[in-house]
Design a protein around this ligand. Structure first.
Ligand code: HGY
Ligand code: MN
Ligand code: MN
Ligand code: MN
Length: 394
């Protein structure tokens, strides 16, 4: 996996550990440049679309293409494999096929989708959602990053025109089949003791922001009875989310980001934003409705207000069984696994025959520096992907 070694230093996060690579930041721009060079070295013609996704073509772009790829951005302090493994494996699979003298019957492309993690603008799979039109361009242009800058401003400084974002019929008509390879984010392949699997589903998931508002005040001079402290209902929400998820079949709820304003140690916050990631087979809306009801009670008890905003949502995705089984046929009946992690493949599955390959992660940990895949398993993955691409495009 020389490709992963080549980018190993880009976006390393000294403070958090792991990697922080967010759309249009220095690290991600560096990765984009690296990808374009690697693709061109393999004879691929590269273009960046209006939504800033990058496409590397083997053959003239056209309808019915076999497309593979993933993303290069990361969560804050993320692992080295989530995203880049799919991109590097796609480049390596193309290289293997070219070395074998393979000639694709259909156009073949490697794609890098922008902002899959939503690590800067808060909406996961932003590049693929823009391409499929599942996020409105006006709403997207006004998304703000933690510094308050908008996506439109960030695109302009990147050299892209925010007026052009939106559903991309040209890109969509070109896609015949999409296959994404990804490091497994779980323990399925550890338990099965296998290097590669095919995905059968992605757990429905969404993101909600709960904004609790109270009265900012002095931490020492304000009597307890005189407080409207939004941190109290926020804290109760974190616990209620866990309890509600535990009581929901296959439910999962996480608060990984909680932002008090103004954020002083000796200051009672005026507002607290609680960012909830919730997942369940139903997509989690009913689970979050319960949580929101509790949040309103908690807020009222503390004399605070609460505003709930749904920032993204997706139902459970079941991948195309015919394509899934075709891949299993090509890959000696590799196992089939569900995933609780979201992917661009989950967005495309609504529009096109889509499949995913997973590569074993011996730590079972992801979205953290411990995320890992061995060189042997990475090689198994890129060879499996090459076999799949040869079958689909041959
Ligand atoms: O959040 C997810 O499941 C994905 O890693 N974006
Ligand atoms: Mn991820
Ligand atoms: Mn990913
Ligand atoms: Mn003071």
């Amino acid at each position: 996996m020389s490709g992963l070694n080549a980018i190993a230093g880009i976006g390393a996060d000294q403070r958090r550990g792991g990697y922080s690579r967010h759309v249009f930041d220095d690290a991600e721009r560096h990765l984009r440049e690296w990808f374009v060079e690697q693709a061109q070295n393999r004879g691929l013609a590269v273009e960046t679309d209006a939504n800033t996704n990058i496409w590397a073509w083997w053959g003239q772009p056209g309808p019915g293409a076999v497309v593979t790829g993933s993303h290069l951005d990361s969560v804050p302090g993320g692992g080295a494999f989530d995203g880049p493994l799919g991109v590097v494996s796609a480049l390596e699979a193309v290289e293997l096929l070219r070395e074998r003298g393979f000639q694709p019957r259909t156009p073949l492309a490697v794609v890098v989708f922008a902002e899959e993690e939503g690590g800067r603008f808060g909406v996961p799979c932003l590049g693929s959602r823009l391409m499929t039109g599942t996020i409105h361009p006006d709403h997207a242009r006004n998304l703000r990053d933690p510094d308050g800058g908008t996506l439109a401003e960030a695109m302009r400084s990147f050299g892209a025109d925010p007026a052009r974002i939106g559903r991309d019929e040209t890109a969509l008509v070109r896609i015949g089949t999409f296959v994404e390879l990804h490091v497994e984010q779980g323990k399925g392949l550890i338990d099965l003791d296998r290097p590669v699997a095919v995905a059968d589903s992605i757990l429905g998931h969404g993101r909600w922001r709960f904004r609790f508002s109270g009265q900012g005040n002095h931490a020492g001079a304000t009597l307890i009875d005189d407080r409207n402290d939004p941190m109290l209902p926020a804290a109760q929400l974190v616990l209620a989310a866990r309890r509600t998820a535990a009581a929901t079949p296959d439910g999962r709820a996480t608060v990984g980001r909680l932002v008090p304003t103004p954020g002083g140690t000796n200051v009672i916050a005026s507002t607290v934003d609680v960012h909830l990631d919730a997942r369940a087979p139903s997509g989690a809306r009913s689970m979050v409705d319960d949580i929101a009801g509790r949040a309103r009670e908690f807020a009222a008890q503390e004399g605070c207000q609460v505003e709930v905003v749904e920032e993204s949502f997706g139902d459970t995705v079941h991948f195309d069984p015919a394509l899934r089984d075709r891949l299993r046929g090509v890959l000696d009946d590799v196992p089939v696994l569900p995933t609780g992690a979201g992917h661009d493949a989950g967005v495309l599955a609504a529009e096109k025959p889509t499949a995913m390959l997973f590569v074993r992660n011996p730590t079972g940990i992801s979205h953290a520096p411990e995320e890992h895949a061995t060189a042997e398993d990475c090689e198994e993955g890129s060879h499996a992907l090459a076999r799949v691409l040869a079958d689909l495009a041959g």
